[in-house]
Design a protein around this ligand. Structure first.
Ligand SMILES: *[C@@H]1O[C@H](CO)[C@@H](O)[C@H](O)[C@H]1NC(C)=O
Ligand SMILES: *[C@@H]1O[C@H](CO)[C@@H](O)[C@H](O)[C@H]1NC(C)=O
Ligand SMILES: *[C@@H]1O[C@H](CO)[C@@H](O)[C@H](O)[C@H]1NC(C)=O
Ligand SMILES: *[C@@H]1O[C@H](CO)[C@@H](O)[C@H](O)[C@H]1NC(C)=O
Ligand SMILES: *[C@@H]1O[C@H](CO)[C@@H](O)[C@H](O)[C@H]1NC(C)=O
Ligand SMILES: *[C@@H]1O[C@H](CO)[C@@H](O)[C@H](O)[C@H]1NC(C)=O
Ligand SMILES: *[C@@H]1O[C@H](CO)[C@@H](O)[C@H](O)[C@H]1NC(C)=O
Ligand SMILES: *[C@@H]1O[C@H](CO)[C@@H](O)[C@H](O)[C@H]1NC(C)=O
Length: 588
């Protein structure tokens, strides 16, 4: 339990809340005006500030590492200045050659960065051979500078990390006389040799099958765009009708296939869960207001048939809603955006024919813009060149979506509900045996949105339940199974009113973000369980007089509780940011 006060008293900052009128044009590249995206960056009057930089972080459990010395690969520091419209930063990756061991228990990607000055939060991606390893967002700097790092376990990409590849980083940034922040970035990959395990005995053949089913994939196919590209290797999806797709062809000895999908949402869909229904926008003649209602899903198709869906967690980037909320604790998932798994194994029987097939990605109700790409993890039979399989069952019911609207002028109440389930089953016979894999996904979504005070106040309450079950078994013994239940909660309140007595406009915001998950996994007979409760609550307000912020207050509380068969981890944080009277400048 830690509680600390982070006074931002010295920080002059510049906050401009936009309700319906966009104020910025060029400087605002890849940005949208929205009540939840204040055009806010923090700044000090003196950009020459010698105070030590503040360390930002996302609260998460540590990576469990073996007690061995890692061998590492480093990229010399790279600076991301004016990078919009330029190709990604490319560097030749070679696995570290000085490793005494060939067996690694963990491989960790370490991204560390510093920035000083004035800058927005920027989305970025790291790809190796076109396979995305990390999707993340930068922290917003201050005049005295900030520093942060992200560590991600990337052991699942082992087959890729063993070979020479091109490593690409795209971080779209804009630097001019106003936005001065250049991001200075170091990337390292650390290989931790496995500890000697003297007790390890060769298991029975089905135990070996179970462990190879569970170990990192043998081959990973990228579903990203090909180099060179000037705006990232992700596909850009800007409407419901846009399909991002790519042909592929799997080796005929693949016995397991898992698609990992990365998604992030920006501009008009950055706060998709608070987007207004089109009927409200039309009835009130609103312009420049993101619409299409608050429901979104990413749908994955194989040769045109729906095989899986993603109902994403509502990650809030570091400049979202009220930038003071995310200093120094970053929003859940913002430094390491979650990726989502879609089990493709049941469909292998259909794609083991050596021919080309097509994976497609769409976003229901999308507005400009979603960044989507994926990695197909494949496990190959080392004892044969061709395996056989068959899809036994595939049920994908259409999305059930209902909206209950009530409107009176700019006031209104909207209840949106949605459900979907997808299940499939198929067998693959390889040297591991005849394994039948069943997969089920089910989703349940509810969103209530209330607009009061003639649209000046908005309350959104959204809950997504997401169940995911994979069962893989030989005719008479289990091989592998996972069951997971995720609950994503997003509560958002924003209100603005004029305080006539003081001549100020007051903005108030409250946010609750919850990412809870219960999970169990069985490899052969070995069962592990975990539960995670990760909740952030932030509250703040700000008074603005003649476009100047005269006072601002924000407080964030986070409880992170992980309870696993392997270890437990608990963090309870509270931070407050207060700014009074020192705000003297603002941009327009
Ligand atoms: C920065 O501040 C220091 C100490 O206040 C001063 O000596 C120096 O000239 C300043 N540099 C610039 C570029 O303003
Ligand atoms: C990057 O690494 C170099 C060498 O270790 C170090 O001097 C520099 O400060 C680091 N930069 C960042 C942004 O961490
Ligand atoms: C990988 O790159 C290194 C450094 O350029 C080179 O020495 C090595 O021969 C390459 N390995 C392969 C398999 O191409
Ligand atoms: C919207 O515009 C139409 C056409 O200009 C007008 O008839 C209507 O009264 C307007 N509605 C509102 C709520 O302003
Ligand atoms: C594999 O198992 C499935 C389900 O039990 C069965 O339908 C199929 O015929 C088996 N395949 C082979 C090649 O034995
Ligand atoms: C897997 O799916 C098949 C085909 O629908 C079904 O017959 C079987 O009972 C399922 N197995 C399990 C363990 O759910
Ligand atoms: C909207 O609600 C506010 C109170 O939140 C009320 O004062 C106003 O009259 C309502 N407007 C309409 C058109 O009903
Ligand atoms: C802003 O929040 C602070 C702390 O909760 C509170 O004392 C203050 O009255 C609030 N101001 C407004 C205008 O809501």
């Amino acid at each position: 339990m830690a509680s600390s006060l982070y006074p931002l008293l010295h920080a002059l900052f510049l906050l401009l809340l936009l309700l319906r009128q966009p104020l910025f044009s060029t400087a605002n590249f890849h940005r949208t005006s929205s009540r939840l995206r204040p055009q806010a960056v923090l700044q000090d009057a003196a950009l020459n500030d010698s105070r030590p930089p503040t360390r930002f972080f996302e609260v998460t459990k540590p990576i469990k590492l073996p007690n061995t010395k890692p061998c590492s690969y480093h990229i010399p520091q790279h600076d991301f200045g004016f990078t919009y419209g330029k190709p990604p930063f490319l560097v030749d990756y070679t696995p570290p050659s000085n490793c005494p061991s060939k067996k690694f228990s963990n491989i960790v990607l370490e991204f560390s960065a510093t920035c000083k000055g004035r800058q927005f939060d920027r989305i970025f991606g790291v790809w190796l051979g076109g396979v995305e390893l990390l999707r993340s967002c930068t922290a917003e700097p201050s005049a005295s500078g900030i520093i942060w790092s992200v560590e991600k376990d990337i052991t699942r990409y082992y087959s890729l990390l063993r070979k020479n590849q091109t490593l690409a980083v795209f971080l779209g940034n804009l630097v001019d006389s106003t936005y001065t922040g250049v991001y200075h970035v170091n990337i390292s990959i650390h290989f931790y040799p496995a500890e000697e395990n003297l007790n390890s005995e060769p298991g029975s053949s089905w135990e070996n099958s179970a462990s190879s089913y569970h170990s990192p994939a043998d081959l990973i196919l990228p579903f990203s765009r090909n180099l060179p590209l000037n705006d990232g290797l992700w596909f850009e999806i800007d409407s419901s009708s846009k399909i991002a797709s790519k042909e592929f062809n799997v080796p005929q000895n693949a016995y397991r296939a898992l698609l990992e999908v990365y998604v992030s949402f920006h501009e008009n869909d950055e706060f998709w869960y608070s987007n207004l229904p089109n009927e409200y926008i039309e009835a009130n003649n609103l312009t420049n207001t993101p619409g299409n209602g608050p429901f979104r899903e990413v749908v994955v198709t194989l040769d045109g048939e729906v095989v899986g869906a993603i109902w994403p967690f509502t990650v809030v980037y570091t400049g979202g809603i009220n930038p003071l909320f995310w200093r120094p604790i970053s929003g859940i998932g913002s430094f390491d955006l979650p990726s989502y798994n879609i089990e493709i194994t049941p469909f292998l029987g259909r794609i083991l024919d050596g021919k080309d097939h097509v994976l497609g990605f769409t976003v229901t109700n999308a507005l400009n813009v979603w960044y989507v790409d994926a990695n197909l993890h494949l496990w190959l039979d080392s004892k044969s060149t061709k395996v056989e399989g068959e899809l036994l069952k595939h049920i994908s019911l259409p999305l059930a979506l209902s909206v209950l609207p009530k409107m009176k002028g700019l006031n209104g109440t909207f209840f949106t509900n949605a459900r979907r389930s997808i299940s499939s089953s198929g067998w693959v016979k390889s040297s591991l045996g005849n394994i039948t894999t069943n997969w089920t996904q089910s989703f349940d979504y509810s969103n209530s949105m209330v607009l009061e005070s003639n649209g000046n106040s908005q309350t959104v309450n959204q809950i997504i339940h997401f169940n995911d079950i994979v069962l893989a078994k030989l005719p008479s013994s289990p091989i592998y199974s996972t069951k997971s239940h995720k609950k994503f909660t997003s509560y958002l309140y924003s209100n603005s009113f004029d305080d006539r007595g003081k001549g100020t406009s007051v903005y108030q915001e409250k946010v609750t973000l919850g990412f809870n998950e219960k999970k169990s996994e069985a490899v052969g007979l070995e069962l592990s369980k975990s539960s995670l409760q990760n909740v952030q609550e932030a509250k703040g307000n700000m008074s603005v007089k003649k476009k100047l912020v005269v006072s601002a207050f924000a407080g964030t509380q986070q409880v992170y509780k992980y309870d696993g068969s392997d270890f437990c981890y608990l963090r309870n944080w509270e931070t407050h940011a207060l700014d009074k009277g020192s705000l003297t400048s603002i941009l327009a």
